[in-house]
Design a protein around this ligand. Structure first.
Ligand SMILES: Cc1cc2nc3c(=O)[nH]c(=O)nc-3n(C[C@H](O)[C@H](O)[C@H](O)COP(=O)(O)OP(=O)(O)OC[C@H]3O[C@@H](n4cnc5c(N)ncnc54)[C@H](O)[C@@H]3O)c2cc1C
Ligand SMILES: NC(=O)c1ccc[n+]([C@@H]2O[C@H](COP(=O)([O-])OP(=O)(O)OC[C@H]3O[C@@H](n4cnc5c(N)ncnc54)[C@H](O)[C@@H]3O)[C@@H](O)[C@H]2O)c1
Length: 528
């Protein structure tokens, strides 16, 4: 990208307002009957606007990206330490998590859980009709309203903490000079600061080597859908594919998962991979294992609108020559760092193999005074990680002397997949523990059982709902270095288990705690 470098100078805030007014061709201004003097004034401002170079504004801290990480970082710097801070945000406030990630996903998951509960109710003698009708479009409207409210809450919090929100696209002119192409079309402004944070997140990938790949959608588009299609294909085997497959299946959509291998969630412990893949099959998801891959996507019929893929028809031509028809195809093959607009190559920033910004343990990039956090760095792509990294960085850069060495510890970060049932993990998987400590040093505690909730179910559902736990310990002290859980309500329980493992608990600490009966989790404190 070739961006002409403008001349810059500083204009105080109140002057900026006058300049903006003068440059804006409002009809009320044109219709004014103020006569020649006003007309002349307008001409004067208009012509000087044409000649004016873009404004430069100065801050202590420029934060690029108003998502989870950027918000956490700016609020700590400005709200706690009074640093003069701005957030540059090109999209909707709150970023991925609020708009196209955790929040709409979890609300949709909750909705799907209700459908699942209605079906389960029959096993508890409720007279619930086979297919209780629901209005997905009406739900989406409620979900969107909540997201809009959250956008406002973010902006109110920033304003309360004296963070200036600048709506526009940021590009580096030099390491400490950032040009913002204003979203309202008013042109560009240049901002400078001794400290600049990049928190621009990522975007979902589509394959570049498959003809017609553009006819498929990504997780971003998933949240525009107001009508459910009949037959859905998901490509990918990670968090997003598994969560969306679970939700769609619970809502009665025919779901096909195309896996390159035989199991999904391959970054998780083999126990989770095996049990969850089998369970999804039992629950009705059609899993195409060792799938040959798609050669071409042909759009037979377009969707009537972005929000209604129900009439859309796609033909997938597979690499083995066979064909497969569906109404929607979602690529869930990972995310890439959002760095194109920033033009970080211009300032010589070091990037990793997949384009992520390389940072050290203190979130320093290769350029002094420029920092990066969150998904753009490719480190544990989770909302609380981005927030925590942003806060620690704020402590280090603007906090009191005792916090000058603050940094986030990326060890033993718990996470869950909002799958059906949930699964969660913290610490090392069994293969990782063996590799790190040696097989003879680790001891595994494992249990698989049917939760009491399913005792009154009839077969086959009775035996198809697994609960399974694995605890990995190391050495004579049996320190817990990994915990892997599958089961209903694991997502809520996992937070506390995350604390336990982070504290360095030993197996004997589990034993020392009295069980809570009757629960599933009591199995974790009653291992033999
Ligand atoms: C479908 C889905 C579900 C998820 N579910 C969960 C979950 O349940 N739990 C969890 O912990 N995590 C979840 N995640 C991951 C989580 O959303 C991300 O890890 C998190 O949002 C990353 O925060 P961030 O601040 O790094 O980036 P983002 O939140 O993506 O924010 C980056 C912001 O930068 C802006 N931006 C980019 N370039 C520019 C530019 N040049 N100029 C100005 N602004 C710019 C973008 O508009 C964006 O708002 C999910 C992700 C997805 C996609
Ligand atoms: N509950 C949560 O906390 C949650 C939920 C959703 C997303 N996230 C975060 O967002 C990130 C992105 O999620 P994601 O699911 O897109 O990525 P992911 O890295 O978890 O999974 C991508 C999957 O796509 C597969 N894949 C890659 N290229 C492929 C190809 N050409 N064909 C078929 N399969 C291919 C990979 O093997 C992998 O299984 C996650 O890593 C996670 O950190 C978290």
């Amino acid at each position: 990208m070739n961006i002409a470098r403008p001349l810059t100078f500083y204009i105080p805030q109140h002057r900026l307002a006058i300049r903006t007014l003068a440059c804006t061709e409002t009809s009320s201004f044109q219709a004014s009957s103020a006569g020649n003097r006003l007309r002349g004034l307008r001409q004067h401002f208009a012509s000087s606007c044409d000649k004016m170079a873009p404004t430069t504004k100065q801050y202590d801290y420029i934060v690029i990206g108003g998502g989870s990480g950027g918000s956490g970082a700016a609020r700590r710097a400005s709200g706690w330490y009074g640093a003069k801070t701005c957030i540059i945000e090109n999209g909707r406030s709150g970023g991925c998590c609020v708009n196209v990630g955790c929040v709409p996903k979890k609300l949709t998951y909750n909705m799907a859980q209700i459908n699942r509960a209605l079906r389960n109710g029959r096993h508890y003698a409720y007279d619930i009709p086979e297919n209780t009708p629901f209005d997905f479009g009406a739900f989406v409207e409620k979900r969107d309203a909540r997201i809009e409210a959250l956008n406002g809450i973010y902006e109110t919090n920033w304003a309360n903490e004296k963070i200036e929100l600048i709506h526009g696209k940021a590009t580096f002119l030099s390491p400490h000079e950032i040009q913002v192409d204003m979203k309202d079309g008013s042109g560009t402004v240049t901002l400078t600061a001794p400290k600049v944070l990049i928190a621009t997140g990522g975007y979902p990938l589509k394959p570049t080597d498959i003809k017609g790949a553009e006819y498929g959608i990504t997780s971003d588009d998933f949240f525009s859908m107001k009508k459910l299609p009949k037959k859905y294909v998901l490509v990918g085997a990670g968090y997003i594919a598994v969560e969306m497959a679970g939700m769609l299946n619970a809502l009665g959509v025919e779901v096909h998962m195309f896996l390159r291998q035989s199991r999904f969630l391959r970054k998780f412990d083999p126990m989770i991979q095996d049990t969850m893949t089998k369970h999804y099959e039992d629950a009705g998801v059609i899993i195409h294992k060792n799938h040959p891959g798609i050669k071409e996507v042909v759009q037979v019929q377009a969707a009537t609108s972005e929000s209604d893929p129900s009439s859309k028809q796609l033909k997938l031509i597979l690499t083995d020559g066979s064909e497969f028809e569906c109404n929607e195809l979602l690529w869930a093959i990972g995310r890439a760092p959002e760095i194109q607009d920033l033009d970080v190559k211009r300032i010589g920033m070091e990037l990793g193999k997949k384009g992520h910004i390389v940072v050290d343990e203190y979130q320093n990039t290769s350029i002094p005074g420029i920092y990066a956090i969150g998904d753009v760095t490719g480190q544990a792509e989770l909302t609380p990680v981005a927030i925590a990294a942003g806060r620690k960085l704020g402590d280090r850069l603007f906090g009191p002397p005792e916090l000058k060495d603050s940094k986030l510890n990326y060890d033993r970060i718990p996470s869950v997949v909002f799958s059906e049932p949930n699964c969660g993990a913290t610490g090392l998987t069994e293969p990782e523990a063996i590799e790190k400590y040696g097989k003879d040093q680790i001891k595994i505690y494992h249990t698989k059982f049917r939760a009491m909730f399913y005792d009154v179910f009839s077969e086959p559902e009775r035996s198809q709902n697994p609960t399974e736990y694995k605890v990995i310990t190391v050495g004579k002290e049996e320190e817990i270095v990994g915990m892997h859980l599958i089961g209903d309500e694991v997502a809520e329980a996992m937070q506390a288990w995350g604390v336990v493992v982070k504290m360095g608990a030993k197996k004997r600490d589990l034993d020392s705690c009295i069980a809570i009966h009757p629960t599933s989790a009591e199995e974790l404190v009653t291992f033999k």
